[in-house]
Design a protein around this ligand. Structure first.
Ligand SMILES: NC(=O)C1=CN([C@@H]2O[C@H](COP(=O)(O)OP(=O)(O)OC[C@H]3O[C@@H](n4cnc5c(N)ncnc54)[C@H](OP(=O)(O)O)[C@@H]3O)[C@@H](O)[C@H]2O)C=CC1
Ligand SMILES: O=C(CO)[C@H](O)[C@H](O)COP(=O)(O)O
Length: 485
């Protein structure tokens, strides 16, 4: 490499696909930055540097030259495929970096991997930071929401760099130090889980407006654009309107009608549900969204059931107020999904020892990321006013909003059921709300069943202690030692 490029760049990016190339351009556009770039396949590097000479990238074909082009202490952000690809790049950098240097994994890594990587790398004196980055291509270029974990010490160096490239929401950069080791990737995982739930709820709203409301995609796009001016304002509502307005050039049909109705996924939604299960946190809204994608992608089962179903329910008649009802049902269900997501964050923080600031997380999601929305200000306010609320549904603003929409929410779910329109998101959110709101749940009967077949014991409502009924004997009750689970 030319001697003139040695130590020239103050930051480097490894992995120049969609996210890395745009993040590198974002970094290069900020005052004072010189950005080193490296990609396993050099052609990608050449394309980027060829298309963007204005960025003044320091490009290397060999990893040794890339490392040499970085000022010490070195900082490199990895934006490659999660899993084996990330490990391969980390190993190459660890081999060449020195104590005090910083490796940032900005990909969608599994936070368990991030914890393990940090543990493995920290004895070398190199800082390893797992940072969730959200916003897709546009966010990476113009300003993403960034969720860095890692040590406090590494954040002192990294914080100002990340703040310079992050989105700005209401004057504040959308980045905050989330917590140590895997905290950043954990919170990004939950962000993606919420993203799945929000997308599913919006898709159900569309389906109801179309199937029950009788509106065409372009008209639904107009409804969504109107909603985007009110309490449902969000990036996802905005882009949904654009997708619905799109017309397929080949057929002249609405774009949404020519897309195969099988939703894919890359895994972060599944991880959210798996981890919520491990943490014992009910995240039904997120789980239903993951399952809805899975059901859509089972053409064999779908065709089998369609072949035996004789008739479908008659679509219920609705009036002009239906769209308003759907908007309220959407909002209430969305509040539930976010409440569940934050519950999972709280439980994760407790289990893994992270000092997570919930209102700051809501604030950094207001800009740059896929779930960005005004609504997040209300979540930030709720946790700011009382960080110890048991659930977001208890916060006065959300309690009032859900109460205000409750009747509409019930009408919509009932109408969907009677019309045969699947609403796993709306339905599970309403059931979750009703479960929390009910004075008494049939869980008492489940405890009785468990005690009957497995002597799993139960607690009484009127007396302390743990009990078992002698079901196969005289059915008298005995008090047992130990705890009832
Ligand atoms: N796309 C999106 O909207 C978002 C993506 N992310 C995350 O950001 C990261 C980057 O995403 P994206 O830009 O879409 O790219 P991809 O996830 O498609 O990954 C492609 C990049 O990974 C590199 N790579 C793959 N395997 C290896 C390996 N074994 N050794 C070295 N390099 C390897 C590729 O190099 P090569 O060119 O040589 O094949 C290429 O640079 C991912 O972790 C993704 O999950 C996060 C938020 C949004
Ligand atoms: O991280 C992201 C945004 O925040 C990605 O867009 C996300 O990976 C998309 O997930 P999936 O492909 O599973 O829908």
């Amino acid at each position: 490499m030319p001697e003139s490029t040695v130590g020239k760049a103050n930051i480097g990016v490894v992995g120049l696909a969609v996210m890395g190339s745009n993040l590198a351009r974002n970094l290069a556009s900020r005052e004072g930055n010189t950005v080193a770039v490296y990609n396993r396949t050099f052609a990608r590097t050449e394309t980027l540097t060829g298309e963007h000479p204005e960025a003044g990238f320091v490009a290397s074909e060999a990893i040794d030259d890339f490392v040499a082009s970085l000022q010490k202490p070195r900082t490199a952000i990895i934006m490659v495929q999660a899993g084996a690809g990330t490990d391969a790049v980390i190993d190459e950098l660890v081999e060449r970096f020195e104590p005090g240097d910083i490796i940032v994994d900005g990909g969608n890594a599994n936070f368990h991997d991030t914890i393990a990587r940090e543990k493995r790398i920290s004895p070398t004196g190199i800082h390893f930071v797992g940072a969730g980055i959200s916003g897709g291509e546009e966010g990476a270029l113009k300003g993403p929401s960034i969720m860095p974990g890692g040590s406090e010490e590494s954040y002192k160096t990294l914080g100002p760099i990340l703040a310079s490239i992050a989105a700005i929401a209401e004057g504040e950069p959308c980045v905050t130090h989330i917590g140590t080791d895997g905290a950043g990737h954990f919170v990004k995982m939950i962000h993606n889980g919420i993203e799945y739930a929000d997308m599913q709820l919006i898709a159900e709203a569309y389906d109801l407006l179309r199937t029950v409301g009788g509106l065409e995609p372009a008209a639904i796009a107009d409804v969504f654009s109107e909603w985007n001016k009110g309490y449902l304002e969000s990036y996802l509502i905005e882009i949904t309107a654009e997708v619905l307005r799109q017309v397929d050039a080949k057929t002249g049909k609405p774009f949404v009608d020519i897309v195969l109705d099988e939703a894919g996924s890359k895994g972060t939604g599944v991880w959210t549900v798996q981890n919520a299960l491990d943490l014992g946190i009910p995240v039904g809204g997120i789980a239903e969204a993951v399952f809805a994608r899975a059901v859509s992608s089972k053409p064999t089962q779908r065709a089998a059931v369609q072949s035996v179903v004789k008739s479908r329910p008659e679509i219920q008649k609705v009036d002009a107020s239906f769209a308003d009802d759907v908007s309220k049902a959407l909002y209430a269900s969305k509040v539930v999904a976010y409440a569940q997501g934050f519950d999972a964050i709280i439980a994760g923080a407790e289990k893994y020892g992270w000092n997570i600031n919930k209102d700051k997380i809501a604030k950094i999601w207001r800009g740059g990321c896929i779930i960005r929305a005004q609504f997040l200000n209300r979540i930030a306010d709720a946790y700011d006013e009382n960080p110890d609320i048991a659930t977001l549904l208890e916060a006065p603003y959300f309690a009032d909003a859900v109460a205000e929409g409750e009747a509409a929410w019930r009408r919509v779910v009932a109408t969907a059921a009677l019309s045969g329109v699947p609403v796993p998101g709306f339905g599970s959110a309403l059931s979750y709300y009703d479960s929390l709101a009910s004075k008494r749940l049939p869980a008492a009967l489940v405890q009785g069943q468990r005690d009957f077949f497995g002597a799993h014991t139960y607690k009484r409502v009127d007396e302390d202690g743990v009990f078992h009924t002698l079901w196969s004997g005289d059915r008298s009750e005995i008090q047992t030692t130990g705890s009832s689970h």
